[in-house]
Design a protein around this ligand. Structure first.
Ligand code: SF4
Length: 264
């Protein structure tokens, strides 16, 4: 009889329904009890690394495939190298303008070039790079802080009925009561979005003029990527002392400040 080891099916009993962003969670407590509070400078450091990695990979691809592309026309590799250098310089100039805008709290770039445009793609790229080093949640926390700071520079105001507060299904009861209290105080509708898809549907159907969204860092970055390009959003991340997707807590004072930023 063969004694080849058989594949083991590892089953983790979880007392919650995990969002797909947490599929690989091993059931152990999260670092720092799920509080990923980080300095915004972390985003700038990691986004600079992400840009370097992206440009190096593009350069490597061009180095490897350049000779073949040269068979199409001898000028093709040179044109592509020039395009890469110009794109790289433009990206670094844009990144520096973002950093300066954040540091001086002045809106130096139009919205479509800042928090509602390529910034969202840079956030996603930075998350992917940070994920490789196991730093995703910390870096995403910093990214959301930078995003909010840039979005607040627009000083946008909407009516109470035009704002939507989107919350996830994982808030602790105490936190949920606090959120409902704030929403009631300002007469702002609240929706529980059980999945990102549902959040997008609620936004499509209700057509709010602005959104204050609450989610964990992972869900927030993917949600902002889908929604923030279309309407103004402020994002509030949570702490997860009981692990992902259960009894999450948030800074209610910050939530009230975000709501006030739009409606008062
Ligand atoms: S927002 Fe809550 S329910 Fe959604 S993935 Fe994050 S922790 Fe899970």
């Amino acid at each position: 009889m063969s004694d080849t080891p058989r594949a083991q099916l590892i089953h983790i009993d979880v007392d919650r329904r995990l969002g797909h962003e947490w599929d690989e969670w091993d059931g152990k407590p999260l670092p720092n009890r799920g509080d990923y509070d980080s300095s915004p400078t972390l985003f700038f450091a990691w986004s600079a690394l992400a840009l370097v990695v992206g440009l190096l990979l593009a350069g490597l691809a061009l180095y490897l495939f350049g000779p073949r592309l040269g068979q199409i026309h001898p000028a093709v590799p040179r044109v592509l190298w020039i395009t890469l250098v110009v794109t790289g310089l433009a990206l670094w100039a844009w990144w520096a303008a973002l950093a300066l805008s954040f540091a001086t709290r002045r809106a130096l770039l139009p919205e479509r070039l800042a928090e509602r445009g390529p910034f969202l793609r840079l956030m996603s790229l930075t998350s992917r790079v940070a994920n490789r080093f196991g730093r995703r949640d910390w870096v995403e926390n910093a990214s959301v802080k930078v995003y909010n700071a840039l979005a607040l520079l627009r000083n946008r105001k909407v009516g109470t009925g035009e704002l939507l507060v989107l919350i996830p299904r994982c808030l602790s009861k105490e936190t949920l009561d606090g959120v409902l209290g704030i929403a009631g105080k300002y007469g702002v509708p609240v929706f529980v979005a059980t999945r990102g898809q549902l959040a997008r549907r609620v936004i499509r159907e209700r057509r709010p003029k602005a959104v204050v969204a609450v989610a964990c860092e992972r869900d927030m970055v993917s949600g902002l990527h889908d929604v923030a390009g279309k309407i103004p959003v402020l994002g509030l991340t949570m702490t997860l002392p009981m692990g992902p997707c259960k009894d999450a807590m948030l800074n209610l004072g910050q939530l009230e400040e975000w709501v006030r930023a739009y409606v008062v």
